[in-house]
Design a protein around this ligand. Sequence first.
Ligand code: HEM
Length: 331
Amino acid sequence: MLSGNYKQSKNWLKLLSTLARADYCENRPWFILMAYKLSLTSLREEATALRTIHRLILGLCILTFGLMALGSLTRVMGAGLSCPDWPLCYGQIVPHMDQYIFLEWFHRQIATLVGLGTLLLVGLSWYTRPSLPRWIPWFSVLALALVLFQGVLGALTVTQYLRFDIVTAHLGTAMLYFGTLLAAAAALQPLSKGASKVSWLPQVAIGATVVCYGQIILGGLVASQWALNQCLAGSVLCNVMNNHLFGVVPATLAVLLVAFASWRQKGFRWAAFGLLGLLALQIGLGVTTFYLKLSVQGLTVAHLAVGAALFGSLIWLSVLSLRQRALGLSH
Ligand code: HEM
């Protein structure tokens, strides 16, 4: 871990410079022992704090991914307004359930858990900040801002009766929050050993991330307006559907380019296989969803989940390749 290594060397420098004052240490071997022990303790504390934060971020990523899939299921089941009020459901913390109320209610419970997890992340990051890279506490504040904004959009989704622009913004912010967490998790991920020169992989990966995000928003606009059904039934909103279909071309080309760049990059071949697999799956799910006219809800949810996985993989790859390049340049 970049800053961990930096801090380790800083600690060792401090220790060595103290020990270098040999006249002081000459008759005090206990001093050397104490300084050594202190330095080890602080190293251990740093490693523990960093590991805890990294695990918390990864846990939040998994929870957010599940929450997005649950949100999609709530929408395709037509359960979005099953709790007509907010933040309670029929004025109760635990309402009388049917499957629709349960879906909407459960979505809110997991969202609350993500919110509380983010608060914990902020608290922990600021409390242990001397042991962490300087950017982590600020990143945690950004994550909290995004999750609070997401909560406001969630409330508006209900109070504005599933207005399509709010539903789309709700999806877009969820992806941004998910992407921010993933970027931080990738920044804390230990790199594979050995520096290698990284060519244009980071640029194309970042570009593809932006294109893929755009395609997700276009998909959100289709979903939030039920544009497929409306287009097939009465030729209404076909332009919204078509925008998403045309968007497949740049998204596919961008992902293919990243797969090619990863294939050529030492240590990144795994990403080429992963991206090609996710892209093929996503297109297959989209085409099936289209021809089955959303009749199989599981497929529509899977289309969202694989879209999120593709977006997340591109972010992961962008950050890892940027870090690998920085490592290569410093050698
Ligand atoms: C890289 C490629 C693609 C990405 C990243 C992507 C992403 C998305 C996303 C995020 C949604 C919103 C889902 C939701 O809110 O539940 C969506 C909706 C949709 N996508 Fe795609 N998509 C891609 C390709 C395709 C393709 C190739 C097709 C079909 C030919 C397609 C057809 C649809 C349809 C019909 C919807 C609306 C689903 C609904 O109303 O619930 N997509 N897409």
